[in-house]
Design a protein around this ligand. Structure first.
Ligand SMILES: C[S@@+](CC[C@H](N)C(=O)[O-])C[C@H]1O[C@@H](n2cnc3c(N)ncnc32)[C@H](O)[C@@H]1O
Length: 268
């Protein structure tokens, strides 16, 4: 089982849907405007968030293959529904068998909230493998490290820096790129002959978004603790202050992500 629980994915999905760049969604949609049928493979699908976001904008007939290595999430993904889409799931470990996930008749590769978990070596392999198959890519919600919490707290910088150490740990793909992935992805894709557009896709939390604010603050505090870089009582005091502010509707938070649409130049 992965660290990504279905309840966390359900909590974040409406914020992800709001954050996804309309420019990038429109680009993906326009690239396939004349296609009556599309075959799409979604990597690290979770419960099917990307299908729900993208299917209304794509061809009248779509065949989605939803890929994950978490069998519990795949059971839920199998229920992902859109009137234009047929859905199959595939239990594939993208570290071991990325190539198997991309083989077969595929018109578009999609992924969301996955690429900051992967290593530089895996990202390069991914770019090479999709380029070898001349596959366009919609890659949403890659963390880019921009975080703004208002009002600020003197401990924010230290806590977030400590949490980032953990986010860069191996998540199964080798040392994770974490927030470097957002800048690395376009470069890697351009190097294998893709035209790339990218746009910010930030989470925006306000006074009514207490539950997700508290979950995100807890996850940063947990990661900062795991880093061992800050005394535990300081982290606990920071979390208590921040939770109280969030609970009182007194926080706004912006968490930076980037969306990308990329197509092989030869196809254009
Ligand atoms: C942050 S979640 C994103 C899920 C979904 N794309 C979304 O946006 O809601 C990352 C997903 O990648 C999957 N994942 C992580 N490592 C994987 C691997 N080695 N092979 C296949 N899937 C993996 C996790 O199980 C999880 O569903």
């Amino acid at each position: 089982m992965s660290a990504f629980t279905a309840d966390w994915l359900a909590l974040r999905e409406p914020y992800d849907a709001q954050a996804r760049s309309r420019t990038i969604l429109d680009a993906a949609s326009a690239a396939f405007a004349d296609r009556p049928l599309l075959r799409i493979v979604d990597l690290g699908c979770g419960t099917g968030s990307t299908l729900r976001a993208l299917a209304p904008r794509l061809a009248p007939r779509q065949h989605w293959t939803l890929v994950d290595n978490d069998l519990g999430l795949l059971v839920r993904a199998a229920e992902a529904w859109h009137e234009r889409a047929t859905v199959v799931t595939a239990a594939i470990d993208l570290v071991r068998d990325l190539e198997a996930a991309l083989d077969g008749p595929v018109d578009l590769v999609t992924t969301s909230a996955l690429l900051d978990l992967v290593s530089a070596a895996w990202l390069e392999r991914f770019a090479v493998e999709i380029a070898a198959r001349q596959l366009p890519l919609y890659a949403a919600l890659t963390v880019d490290g921009r975080i703004k919490i208002t009002p600020s707290d003197p401990q924010d910088g230290a806590i977030l820096a400590a949490a980032e150490v953990i986010h860069r740990r191996d998540q199964g793909f080798g040392p994770a790129l974490g927030p470097d992935a957002a800048a690395r992805l376009p470069v890697q894709l351009q190097a294998v002959g893709y035209a790339v557009i990218h746009d910010n896709a930030d989470w925006q939390f306000g006074p009514n978004d207490r539950e997700i604010e508290i979950r995100v603050l807890e996850s940063w505090a947990g990661a900062a603790r795991a880093s061992g870089r800050i005394p535990a009582p300081e982290i606990a005091a920071w979390l208590e202050r921040r939770q109280a502010q969030a609970a009182a509707g007194g926080l706004t938070m912006q968490v930076g992500h980037v969306d990308v649409f990329a197509a092989p130049i030869a196809r254009r």
